[in-house]
Structures are given as C-alpha cells and as structure tokens.
Design a protein around this ligand. Structure first.
Ligand SMILES: *Cc1c(COP(=O)(O)O)cnc(C)c1O
Length: 400
C-alpha cells in the first residue's frame, strides 16, 4: 500500500526488526557483534553490506533504521552515514575520482567544499573548474574528457542561486559524468534529487534532519548506479557515526516536514517584509522573484524553509555591526536548520575569496538569516530595532 508523504515521515524506519516492539528503535551500541555458529558468522559476512549485524563500523539496527528512513525520503538505493556534512561531501567525491580526473564545481558551493578541492584534491592530481550556478546548458563547454564529477548545490551557499539541475544532469549524463548534489537546503524533502537526474544526494544532516542544533551528522543517498561504490569506498575510509547520533537523526525526521513548513511560512512572511524596507536593495529568497533561479525553484521544489539572504543598499561595516549587536532573538552563529533564528553578515569584499567566476553583482552588505520557530512578530520587531541602530550609525556619519 502506498503512503501519503506526511505518513511516510511517521512510519519510515520503524520495522519491528529495528524497533523491537517500541515506537522508536533502541540505541544499539556495538563494536563487536557475536555469532552463535559458524554458519551465522558466514551469513553475516556475506550480507554485511545489507543491513545485517556484522561489525560496529558497518552499523547497528539504530543505524539501519536511520539509513532506511533517509533512503525512503530521498528515493535512492541506499544511504551512507558520515560524522558531518563535510565528510559526506568529501567522501562522495573521493569515492569516484582518481588522479588525473577533473571536477566541475559550482562556484557558490559551501566554502569547505571549495577548500577541499583546492587543498586536497589538487595535491592528489585532481583539477577543479568552477562554474557559474546559472550556467545552464553552457556547462557543456566546460566538460573535459577527464571530467568525472559535476558537483551542484542548490540554492547556492550564502547567495542562494537556484540551479537548473535537470538540464545540468542531462548534459552530464550524456558525457558519463556523475552528478552530486548538496541537497542540505531542501533537506531531502522539498527537492527530489533522483527525479531530477542526480546520482548522489549529500546532506549536512546537522541542519534540518537533526533540526535541534545539537548533533553533527552527514548523509549521502545514492542511486543504484553509484550505491555499491559509494558505500564500499566510504567504508574503507572508515566513515561511521555513533548510534546516538543516528538515533537523533531519525528522531528529527519525525517532525521534519512540519518543521520545514513552519520555517517556510515564517521566512516568506519576513522576506516579504524585508523587501519593503527602505534599507534593503533586494531579497534573495528562492520563493521570491528577486532570487536568481526563482523560476527553477517554482518548477522543481515543493516547498521552502527558513534560510535566505537579503542585500542592503549600502556596505558600511560599522552600521552593520550596530545592526547585528544587541539582537534579542537572532543569534550570530554559523550553521542553520535548528529551531532558533540566526543572522550573519557578509560584506561584498568577502566574496573575493569565496567566488572565482560568479562574483556578486551587488555592492551592499549581504545578510543571511535563518528564520526559526519563534513568533514572526518578535523576529520582525528584532529586525526593525536592528535597522534603527543601523540607520543611526549612517545618520551620524553623514553629520560628521
Ligand atoms: C553546513 C553545511 C555543510 C557542512 O555540514 P557540517 O555538518 O557542518 O560538516 C555542507 N553543505 C551545506 C550547504 C551546509 O550548509
């Protein structure tokens, strides 16, 4: 019997085999798994890659439950677990490249993804070409005979460009190139990677999957074509997570869909309020027309979340500092995807180090916010007070 999408978040990963009759699976801690007989040991050895207790590094029932749930949600053939999102990204890449290969990397990738290419891939003889997130079918001109991976992230980190994943995937596949997507923003829920041509969908489960800002966790769900290689190569690189963290990832899934819908509703309201502010040049929220790639968002995504950016008309670090200091509900902090609101600023100059081809076309300060589950009225009041502090600094400067 097929299930509705909401029902799936409740039922997935709850086989009796994993739960032992409780609602949730127990946290099963194990390094050694012990066998009653030679034949039981042989059975486990033969089936060690397929959710069978074998040795702790291959996972326990707690891990199997979480992996099954992730695969159910995203739609692939299997899910590998990593101690953080960055490990998921680097292992997904490492599992498929050899010395002499070439990677096409979106210019708006998460900063450590770029650093990995520059500081580790390069010294192993793997070259990276960065491409504009809005390149579309022109990607073909950047493909080399040795191109192995097309890496995408949509929307892009900080500047939020939504990519045309189906077009990019179609062209990549025509050249036998593997498509990897950093699917953290959609949380595996609001963008179906495999229906849009992706081969491996990576997530910082640290963000919305866990959802409570208290666990580091990474996942990579692969299609049939890539699953065996991803699983075995990641295993060889020693990638595994604690059962407690897998448990918390699975628990996050139970409320993932409702949390995302609330984050999305609140963030859209605040994005629209920001768009009307005199201090704001434009808002980069995928659900608004002023976000690059908005039409792809409308075409390919089924919902949003709490993370977006807006650009101020001016760049004045002292005024920005006045805005950011003394916020009541927005905390300054890296990461996002928890229940709480966050805020960070990027002066336009900071993009010099973060971009090589898609340099931003704006000149004001970019502010990235994560809208948590607080009342939107409280958050708007907080931003309004911040804008007053910001304007006060600008006014005092024009008096000088
Ligand atoms: C946070 C983040 C990561 C890295 O995840 P960690 O768990 O912090 O290593 C990767 N990609 C995106 C888009 C992120 O926001």
């Amino acid at each position: 019997m097929s299930e509705g999408k909401k029902t799936k978040f409740v039922t997935t990963g709850r086989n009796k085999e994993w739960t032992q009759g409780a609602v949730n699976p127990p946290v099963q801690r194990a390094s050694s798994i012990i066998f009653d007989s030679v034949s039981a040991k042989n059975h486990a050895t033969i089936n060690r890659a397929g959710k069978t207790l074998f040795y702790g590094r291959r996972g326990t029932n707690t891990h199997f439950a979480f992996q099954e749930a992730m695969t159910d949600i995203e739609g692939g053939a299997g899910c590998a677990l990593y101690p953080c999102g960055t490990a998921a990204i680097t292992n997904a890449i490492l599992s498929f490249v050899s010395s002499g290969d070439h990677i096409l990397m979106v210019d708006t990738c998460y900063e450590p993804t770029r650093d990995f290419c520059e500081k580790i891939m390069k010294k192993m003889g793997v070259e990276t070409t960065y491409y504009d997130p809005m390149i579309g079918k022109e990607i073909e001109s950047l493909i080399q005979p040795n191109t192995k991976i097309l890496f995408t992230e949509s929307p892009g980190s900080i500047t939020m460009e939504v990519q045309d994943i189906p077009t990019l995937s179609r062209i990549a596949h025509a050249h036998d190139i593997i498509v990897i997507l950093d699917n953290t923003w959609a949380a595996g829920v609001n963008f179906s990677p495999f229906e849009h041509g992706v081969d491996i969908s990576v997530q910082a489960a640290t963000k919305y999957i866990v959802g409570h800002s208290d666990v580091m966790l990474g996942t990579a769900v692969a299609n049939e074509k890539c699953w065996d290689q991803l699983r075995e190569q990641s295993y060889l690189m020693g990638q595994c997570v604690s059962p407690d963290d897998a448990y918390l990832g699975l628990r996050g899934i139970r409320t993932l869909d409702v949390r995302l819908r609330q984050h999305a509703q609140s963030s859209l309201k605040i994005a629209r309020w920001l768009a009307e502010r005199p201090e704001v040049d434009h808002v980069r929220h995928p659900a608004l027309e002023t976000c690059p790639g908005h039409t792809y968002f409308q075409r390919d995504f089924t919902g949003g979340n709490g993370l977006f950016s807006f650009v101020l008309k001016t760049s004045h670090p002292r005024a920005t500092t006045a805005l950011l200091d003394h916020m009541q509900h927005f905390s300054m902090g890296y990461s996002w995807g928890g229940f709480e609101s966050l805020i960070l600023a990027n002066e336009p100059k900071s993009f010099d180090a973060l971009r090589t081809v898609a340099h931003p076309h704006f000149t004001g300060t970019l502010i990235r916010i994560h809208i948590g589950l607080e009342d939107t009225d409280d958050l708007i009041a907080d931003l309004e007070a911040g804008f007053q502090r910001y304007q006060a600094v600008l006014d005092s400067l024009s008096d000088e």
